[in-house]
Write a protein that binds this ligand. Sequence first.
Ligand SMILES: Nc1ncnc2c1ncn2[C@@H]1O[C@H](COP(=O)(O)OP(=O)(O)OP(=O)(O)O)[C@@H](O)[C@H]1O
Ligand SMILES: [Mg+2]
Length: 250
Amino acid sequence: MGYTIALSGKGGTGKTTLAGLLVRYLVKTGRKPVLAVDADSNFNLNEVLGIEVEGTLGEIREGIRTEVPSSMTKDVWMDIKVQQSLVEADGFDLIVMGRPEGAGCYCAANSILSGIIEKLVKNYSFLVVDNEAGMEHFSRLTTRHIDLLIVVTDPSKRGAQAACRINELVGDLGLYVGRRCAVVNMARNGVPEPIAKDLECFGEAQLAFIPEDLTLAEFDMEGKPTVNLPEDSPAVAAAFELFDGLLEEK
Ligand SMILES: Nc1ncnc2c1ncn2[C@@H]1O[C@H](COP(=O)(O)OP(=O)(O)OP(=O)(O)O)[C@@H](O)[C@H]1O
Ligand SMILES: [Mg+2]
């Protein structure tokens, strides 16, 4: 399986923005092929990446009840559907998990789906998983193995507390996490001292900082994909420098 990088953190702190920039960085530095995984049920990584979603795994899981033609096994049908929902872009693919399952038993569908995903992820050198805010999402990952966990916060006390909780939870859930990094995003002048103190829960793990970037916010407002920002834009430059350090040996 490829090197798996997951982003987590409080709502609205910039997880998806950084996930998109990370995908761009990996492609740019030749670390291909990359699979971008949108694990947020309210998916929008595609917007940051400037591509259209063609279907979600959630829809496929729902469809197994009514849409499988009698000439096909569920396995084959699901395999075809997953291939179709995979968005192929320049140097990377995107898969969108979509809505979590509703009430009822999805055991069969889920087990076929995880088999397909397990096979699929073997095709990629890098996986970038954009998660939704909160922490339950870790249970949605098909993998229990995260090589690099990037916990994103804004320069707020509540963001830092959420970051520490996530940092603790991954241990409690028994996930393997190779390396961790806490990123303070949208800070104006570096990491404020009290926030740095709160983030001491990360111990020796790297603490990084990405500035507030008005061009980035403008792009967002105008509906332009974040990945099209110029490379010398402050947030992009800071993010790329951070990724350089984090992935030096990868
Ligand atoms: N460094 C930055 N400077 C300015 N604006 C930023 C920066 N990083 C992110 N933003 C903006 O903040 C908003 C939230 O970012 P984003 O959607 O990436 O956060 P998120 O953590 O993925 O949110 P959610 O929890 O809803 O998934 C967006 O409008 C984005 O453009
Ligand atoms: Mg997001």
